[in-house]
Design a protein around this ligand. Structure first.
Ligand code: 9D3
Length: 248
């Protein structure tokens, strides 16, 4: 990719092969082919200094598990900055962490507007706190549940960011119509057959009246959001028209 166009990404990870799930498939695979982003993968293992390739060590104070070593992570981060070229020196660093701020659409949009950033994915119990203090700008969590490492959370974050890059989505699934762009859940969807296990497609969708269809879809979105996500509903400022649709 050229140095001046597209988002320049780097991930520091012990399992770089996992990121093929992102770069090889679907919307995020196509965006890569189209040069909308580039992804450098840097393995801390390559920066180990002993013959065993050690990247972790026992925690001070005792307890279970292992901790990723700060000097190795620092060297890998420097490697990631080099891999990014001229954009590397200014690239913010985000670490995936259960202790981080919870990912949401606002944070995704913020990251999608940067020229470059670096993601650090941890394994084991975590990374030496002094590396986080010295080099990491923000820690991000994907939710209050435990997964086995930072790689899947990093892929989740990057998928969400990449689909927000200009041109990444064809107009068949436009970014404006994506759920959460307007703070509402999506409406229900139907395709053939017209009747399935005795359930018919809502008549309005067969009517060809595009005004009525848009109105019905908006109403369904409002209703579902109110029923399923009162937390999202509380954040909305509804128009008179939306309030009327919800009343019906
Ligand atoms: C016993 C304390 N655990 C912390 C909650 C240990 C621990 C579990 C899992 C430490 C690291 C991990 C690996 N998880 C991540 O790196 C991670 C994560 C997650 O587990 N949930 C939600 N978001 C994220 S972002 C990175």
């Amino acid at each position: 990719m050229s140095d001046t166009t597209g988002l320049a990404l780097a991930v520091v990870t012990l399992f770089p092969e996992m990121f093929g799930a992102l770069t090889n498939w679907g919307v995020t695979g196509r965006a890569k082919e189209q040069g909308r982003y580039d992804l450098a993968l840097v393995n801390p293992r390559e920066f180990a200094t002993d013959r065993h390739g050690t990247v972790d060590d026992r925690p001070y104070g005792g307890g279970p598990g292992m901790v990723m070593k700060a000097p190795i992570m620092e060297a890998a981060l420097t490697g990631a900055r080099s891999a990014l070229g001229p954009k590397g020196s200014a690239a913010p660093v985000v670490a995936m962490s259960p202790q981080g701020r919870r990912l949401d659409d606002a944070l995704v949009m913020e990251l999608a507007q940067l020229p470059s950033f670096i993601v650090v994915a941890g394994r084991y119990e975590g990374i030496d706190e002094r590396f986080l203090d010295a080099f990491v700008d923000r820690e991000i969590s994907v939710g209050d549940f435990v997964v086995s490492g930072g790689e899947l959370p990093a892929m989740l974050l990057l998928d969400a960011v990449i689909r927000r890059l200009p041109g990444a989505l064809g107009h068949s699934d436009s970014a404006e119509e994506d759920s959460f762009a307007d703070g509402l859940l999506d409406c229900p969807h139907y395709t053939r057959p017209e009747e399935y296990h005795g359930q018919r497609v809502p008549q309005v969708l067969l009517s060809g009246d595009h005004g009525e269809i848009a109105r019905w879809r908006r109403q369904q979105s409002l209703k579902r959001t109110a029923e399923r996500r009162p937390d999202l509903m509380a954040e909305l400022v509804l128009s008179e028209q939306d309030n009327a649709l919800l009343e019906e």
